[in-house]
Design a protein around this ligand. Structure first.
Ligand code: SF4
Length: 100
């Protein structure tokens, strides 16, 4: 799993008023705190039987990143953190026209 802090720093946007974060980012892009660490540990420790493969997970997150319903790491349709939702193999995109 990539380093959350370096990811957040790499994707944050600097301005004259300090760092701002894109509202279209995943939580991994937002988190420079330990708040989300529990979620990442939960995902990491999911049982392999229910966990999406890494390729599937990354593909899902890529689609979420391009989606107009992603807001601060959450899906505006279901209210889930998309990184959590996408990590479980049986889950699916809740949009009427499913993206994954
Ligand atoms: S609608 Fe689907 S693709 Fe869009 S953010 Fe929600 S889960 Fe991701």
């Amino acid at each position: 799993m990539e380093n959350v802090n370096s990811s957040a720093e790499a994707l944050s946007h600097s301005s004259g008023f300090g760092k701002r974060f894109c509202r279209k980012c995943l939580t991994r892009d937002l988190a420079n705190e330990t708040y989300f660490q529990n979620m990442y540990e939960y995902i990491e420790n999911l049982d392999e039987d229910i966990k999406a493969t890494d390729d599937l997970y990354q593909e899902r997150l890529s689609l979420c990143r391009q989606c107009e319903n992603l807001l601060d790491g959450m899906c505006r349709i279901c209210g889930c953190f998309v990184e959590m939702r996408a990590a479980v193999k049986k889950n699916y995109c809740p949009a009427v026209h499913k993206k994954w």
